[in-house]
Design a binder for this molecule. Structure first.
Ligand SMILES: [Zn+2]
Length: 83
C-alpha cells in the first residue's frame, strides 16, 4: 500500500471481505498510521452495517473478524480515556 489513493480503492473491497489476506493486512497497517483513511472506513462501515443488517454477506471466519475488530478498535483514539 503506497498511499491513500491505493487505500481508498481498497476500502469497499475490504468492507466486502473481498480483499485477499495480504492486501487486507497491508490495508489495516495503513489504517493504523492514517487517521484520514480510518475515518473513511468508519463512515463506510456504518453505511455498510445499515445496508447489510438484514442481509449479512460476510463469510470471513469468526476469528478473523474478531481480529479485525480488535485491531480497528485498538487503533481508535475514541477508546482512549479523556485527558
Ligand atoms: Zn491513508
Amino acid at each position: 500500500m503506497k498511499d491513500c489513493g491505493d487505500c481508498r480503492e481498497n476500502i469497499l473491497l475490504y468492507l466486502d471481505k473481498s480483499l485477499c489476506i495480504s492486501r487486507a493486512i497491508e490495508f489495516r497497517a495503513h489504517l493504523e498510521i492514517c487517521e484520514a483513511c480510518r475515518q473513511v472506513v468508519e463512515a463506510e462501515e456504518e453505511l455498510s452495517h445499515l445496508l447489510h443488517r438484514s442481509r449479512p454477506l460476510y463469510s470471513a471466519p469468526t476469528t478473523l473478524r474478531e481480529g479485525i475488530l480488535r485491531a480497528t478498535k485498538g487503533a481508535s483514539p475514541r477508546d482512549l480515556p479523556p485527558q
